[in-house]
Design a protein. Structure first.
Ligand code: OGA
Ligand code: MN
Length: 214
């Protein structure tokens, strides 16, 4: 039994590595079990109802600004040492993925930063790249969706542009358990408006910043 599980896990990560090497992005549907996703959604809802989220900003540190015409979601940063079991499991699973991706792709990913995101009905996030101008540590973006029974008509898709001129794109439905991985500096993307509340965990695998030698 454990043999089968081990093989399945191994071939899934091989598949992820092959797709990332080939096209720079991939969609993974079975990294988290349904009970794990349900527990993450419940945790996200509970934190939201406790008023622990804040409106997301655009940019970083001193340059950060709230521009609700660009993005109108609210976020709650997550701690690897979280008291929420679902959240610490999320970090454990993502860390195994990090190790596998490093093994296959030599990206040198060192840590994960992640937040819950809630997009109230009607909100969006306009086309952007995940890498800040003054911080090139974000290397692989990882968005995990938590929405149960998400019909196509509810919108809220992630539109991922496949080329730098944004001529070609794929739309990804934000339904429970879908994880999207893409290279942070390469893929423009946007969140289309949804007709209902949309829940996710957005994470970025980082690598240590190179030291400047000049
Ligand atoms: C982000 C982002 C995509 C999504 O938070 O930077 O692009 O589908 N999220 O939620
Ligand atoms: Mn983004």
């Amino acid at each position: 039994m454990s043999h089968t599980i081990k093989n399945a896990t191994f071939s899934r990560s091989e598949h992820i590595v092959a797709q990332l090497a080939d096209q720079g992005w991939c969609v993974v549907k079975d990294l988290f079990s349904l009970p794990e996703i349900n527990a993450l959604r419940a945790a996200c809802q509970a934190e939201w109802e406790d008023g622990r989220f804040h409106q997301a900003a655009v940019g970083r540190a001193a340059g950060a600004a709230r521009r609700s015409e660009i993005r109108s979601d609210s976020v709650l940063w997550l701690d690897e040492q979280s008291h929420l079991p679902a959240v610490s499991r999320y970090f454990d699973t993502m860390d195994s993925l990090r190790v596998e991706v490093n093994r296959g792709l030599y990206l040198g990913l060192s840590e994960l930063e992640a937040h819950f995101a809630v997009y109230p009905a009607g909100s969006c996030y306009q086309k952007h790249l995940d890498r800040f101008r003054d911080d090139d540590a974000r290397t692989l973006s990882a968005v995990l969706y938590l929405n149960q029974d998400w019909p196509d008509a509810a919108g809220g898709k992630l539109r991922l542009y496949l080329d730098p001129d944004c001529q070609q794109s794929v739309d990804i439905c934000p339904e429970a358990g879908t994880l999207v991985l893409f290279l942070s500096d390469r893929f423009w993307h946007e969140v289309l408006p949804a007709t209902r509340q949309r829940l996710s965990i957005t994470g970025w695998f980082r690598r240590p910043l190179a030291t400047m030698t000049w």
